[in-house]
Design a protein around this ligand. Structure first.
Ligand code: 5AD
Ligand code: SF4
Length: 469
């Protein structure tokens, strides 16, 4: 028999640094997969890398400034290794396009969120001495057929991207311009990925999309609304509630989470599906952005304060112990003091478990930048944000204290940052919980009796294992 002696293809090292939202971190795993099939292996050491990719975010100006600073620092790496290839990928690449090649002289590759399959080719062009760019957006690309390479994973929880892009056109937001039109991924490929993660020992998945409630699969192609489907398409259509149910059944031994919901689109079908399955976590991220209907209208959010309150009520009626978190923007264009007070009163009424809170940052090219004056002074934005944060801290503390004396279910994710003797995980409602390790292991679902609670963390002790897992 002939023996084939194969020389292994030269392996080059790839270092990826991710910024921004969970979707972007999930994209980095797709990038690692595409590059992996083309002879690049991930490294955790930037000084060991042949290629450095920054997978960037453009949501607020300060995110972009941080990335620019990082690019300046990377000059040092380039000085040590002249062949080092530096790529800017993701939302900032899509927003700034060839300006990045002109402005940041050390950038060799620029690639937008829909052109990651082209990355090996783009790097090959750089090998030939060119600088390479692809920022074409797609109506179909979902990367559904790829097997993401789990990066920096705790081996317990993983993200699964179920759709890409966004069609909402909130007036403040750059995402529709950087991530293109909304498209849903084939449910079969989502379930396959979930099952593979279960086999690999993962215990929790988070289904990701910019607006999961508008997930709709009817055989592919550009997005249509349900009412515009043919009868045949309707009979085969899978909406988000269907997908949640299919996932809960496909991996009954895993915890399921999802993000992000849109207050206009979340409906009873989704919340009732959550109520029916023990393995779907009781937690909803439901960004309000503002508590005032005039501001919401200027933001093109397509709902009012009252509509938002109805949705919170619907969730609490069906799932009384559901965790709800929020995103809030302080000082949007033309926001008055009274309108800011409306945001505070909505927070008080809704009793969010926690919130992500930001000052409005004008993004070039967005409808707000084109049509509205960014007229709330910086110091007023700052003061309003501080008031929002102070109120949320108070609410979070009270909300967390209600767990004292109760037993919560915690999936062990990692060692606590503060102590090597303690585990850290999250309860069903997504609140960080810490307890002494005893004989429990990473990946265990543990019953924890809560003994104290701060604004961000529950502390307690283990009282047994949860049976269903
Ligand atoms: N300025 C401030 N915050 C923004 N967000 C999106 N765009 C902007 C902006 N231009 C916030 C919203 C969104 C979250 C992901 O980021 O609250 O829900
Ligand atoms: Fe994510 Fe939006 Fe930032 Fe893009 S701009 S990485 S979609 S948060």
């Amino acid at each position: 028999m002939e023996t084939l002696v194969q020389t292994p293809a030269a392996v080059r090292k790839l270092y990826i640094e991710s910024y921004g939202c969970a979707m972007n971190f999930s994209d980095s795993e797709i990038i690692a997969s595409i590059m992996g099939e083309n002879g690049f292996e991930p490294t955790q050491d930037e000084f060991d890398a042949d290629v450095i990719f920054l997978n960037t975010c453009a949501i607020r100006d300060n995110a972009e400034q941080r990335i620019r600073e990082r690019l300046k620092h990377l000059r040092a790496n380039k000085k040590q290794n002249r062949d080092l290839i530096i790529g800017v990928l993701g939302c900032m690449a899509e927003r700034l396009k060839d300006k990045l090649l002109e402005e940041e002289k050390l950038v060799d590759v620029v690639a937008g969120p829909d052109s990651y399959r082209e990355l090996p080719k783009l790097v090959a062009e750089v090998d030939e001495g060119a600088r390479a760019i692809n920022v074409l957006l797609s109506r179909e690309e979902t990367y559904g057929d790829l097997n993401p390479v789990r990066l920096n994973s705790n081996g317990v929880s993983a993200f699964i991207s179920i759709m890409r892009g966004c069609d909402n056109m909130c007036s403040f937001c750059v995402v529709p311009f950087t991530r293109g039109r909304e498209r849903s991924r084939d449910p079969e490929s989502i379930l396959r990925e979930a099952k593979e993660l279960a086999i690999a020992g993962y215990k929790e998945i988070t289904l990701l999309g910019q607006n999961v409630d508008s997930y709709l699969w009817f055989g592919g192609g550009p997005k249509k609304e349900f009412k515009n489907l043919s009868e045949e398409e309707k009979s085969q259509a899978v909406d988000f509630a269907d997908l949640l149910e299919m996932t809960a059944l496909a991996v009954p031994e895993m915890r399921i989470r999802y993000s992000t919901s849109h207050p206009r689109d979340i409906d009873e079908k989704v919340v009732k599906t959550m109520a029916r399955f023990k393995n779907i976590c009781n937690y909803i991220h439901l960004p309000a952005q503002s508590g005032n209907s005039r501001v919401l209208d200027m933001m093109s959010r397509n709902y009012t304060r009252e509509w938002y309150m109805e949705k919170v009520k619907m969730i609490r009626d069906i799932l009384p112990d559901c965790g709800i978190s929020c995103d809030i923007i302080a000082g949007f264009c033309t926001e008055t003091e009274d309108e800011h007070q409306d945001t505070l009163s909505l927070m008080e009424w809704s009793q969010f478990d926690f919130s992500y809170m930001y000052k409005y940052s004008e993004r070039p090219g967005t409808p707000a930048a084109k049509k509205l004056a960014d007229d709330v002074p910086e110091d007023v934005k700052g003061r309003r944000l501080q008031e929002i944060i102070a109120l949320q801290n108070e609410i979070s503390k009270t909300r967390n204290q209600r767990y004292i004396g109760q037993v919560v279910e915690v999936l062990v994710e990692a060692e606590s940052k503060r102590s090597a003797d303690e585990w850290m995980g999250r309860n069903d409602q997504n609140i960080v919980t810490v307890f002494p390790k005893e004989n429990y292991q990473k990946g265990d679902l543990v019953k924890v009796l809560v003994e104290s609670a701060s604004t961000t963390t529950l502390r307690g002790r283990a009282v047994g294992r949860v049976e269903w897992l």
